[in-house]
Every structure is written in structure tokens, then in C-alpha cells.
Design a protein around this ligand. Structure first.
Ligand SMILES: [Zn+2]
Length: 113
């Protein structure tokens, strides 16, 4: 009996075949599917980023700030602030919530009220 070096499933289980690299057919199938999903997610991410850039381009430079970023303090809103500010788009973002431990990203301002 030989086992998959990845998931340890034995080759005695019906339907399991081990390739020359010692990895079973299920692990190879999962890896192929993961690549497809990762590629699709990257395409979707690029589309969303392009949509954000188009939206910001429409209003950039028309006022003191280009957008308002509501902050909850979680990683999603922090990432949005970073993406919306100088790192990617160069937009001037106004964060809508004061966070004592957060230092403003370059090009941003705080609405500390
Ligand atoms: Zn396996």
C-alpha cells in the first residue's frame, strides 16, 4: 500500500490512483480547480479595481477630497483606504471615523469629531 504524499490517502481506496510524483488524482484535480478559481478571482479583482479607478477619475480634483472612506477599523476598510489613497489611485481620501491608533495614510485626512 502506498499513500498520497500530499493527503495520505492510500492507493487501496477505490478510485484513487497515484501519479509518478506520489500525489493522488484527487489532489491533482483539486490543484487544477484551485488554479482556475484563483485566475477567475484575479480577473474579477482587476475588473473591480478598474471600476473603482473609473469612478474616482470622474470626481478626482473637483473638491478638496475625492472620496469619503467610512472606516470601521477592520482590515477591509483599512485596505480600501490604502487602495483609495496614494498607493494605487492617488486619490485624496477623507476617512470618516477617528481611530486613535491609526496614523493617517499619506494624502488622507481625519474627520476627528
Ligand atoms: Zn492526495
Amino acid at each position: 500500500m502506498t499513500r498520497c504524499k500530499n493527503c495520505l490517502i492510500p492507493d487501496t481506496v477505490p478510485g484513487v490512483t497515484l501519479a509518478a510524483d506520489g500525489v493522488c488524482n484527487f489532489c491533482h484535480q483539486e490543484a487544477e480547480q484551485r488554479e482556475v478559481v484563483v485566475a477567475a478571482e484575479e480577473t474579477a479583482r482587476q475588473e473591480r479595481e478598474a471600476d473603482l479607478e473609473r469612478t474616482l477619475a470622474d470626481c478626482r480634483g473637483q473638491a478638496e477630497y475625492d472620496c469619503v472612506v467610512p472606516l470601521s477599523g477592520g482590515k477591509d476598510s483599512i485596505y480600501l483606504l490604502c487602495t483609495g489613497s496614494s498607493r494605487t489611485t492617488g486619490s485624496r481620501c477623507w476617512r470618516s471615523r477617528s481611530m486613535p491608533t491609526f496614523h493617517p495614510w499619506p494624502g488622507t485626512a481625519s474627520a476627528a469629531r
